[in-house]
Design a protein around this ligand. Structure first.
Ligand SMILES: [Zn+2]
Length: 163
């Protein structure tokens, strides 16, 4: 018997305000904020605030979030199991602007490792900032696309595929 061929799960990143783009692209939006009501993937609120006030370094914030996620896998295994059942590309979303350090970038790496450990192929994708992938030669030129809440060009440079 041939092994079943599993499609590669693509992991994108997106700012939550751009959720309409994610919907229109047929991508599953995974809200990893505390306000999502799902504590499994969210950072500790106090840590976010301390980081924003400059009291926690990026390094220490990262260390705490990674530790929190390793505990989360034991505490909320069903939430992690659900990740494996999403058969669409996934966009990991939080409130932070594109191009800034935040936990959605950390979570993409953690989710990739988790899925790979479960035998699922993963491809790390870019930050979604428009309906057109950043690799495309032609610049976005769709006058009907006024749905993005941020005017083009105000966000940071799109993060490239890591693969
Ligand atoms: Zn964030």
């Amino acid at each position: 018997m041939q092994p079943a061929i599993r499609p590669v799960v693509k992991l994108f990143k997106v700012q939550l305000s751009r959720w309409r783009l994610v919907r229109d692209l047929g991508i599953h939006l995974l809200d990893v904020t505390a306000k999502s009501g799902n504590p499994a993937f969210a950072p500790r609120f106090d840590d976010v605030m301390a980081y924003k006030r400059g009291e926690l370094s990026e390094e220490e914030y990262t260390r705490r979030y990674l530790q929190r996620m390793s505990i989360s896998k034991k505490r909320f295994p069903q939430e992690w199991e659900k990740l494996k059942a999403i058969h669409l590309p996934i966009a990991v979303a939080c409130y932070c602007k594109a191009g800034v350090f935040c936990h959605r970038h950390l979570f993409v790496g953690i989710a990739a490792d988790y899925l790979k450990d479960a035998g699922i192929d993963v491809k790390l994708m870019y930050e979604i900032t428009s309906l057109i992938p950043p690799q495309t030669e032609t610049p976005p030129d769709d006058p009907t696309d006024t749905r993005s809440t941020t005017p083009a060009g105000t966000a940071g440079p799109p993060r490239q595929d890591r693969e």
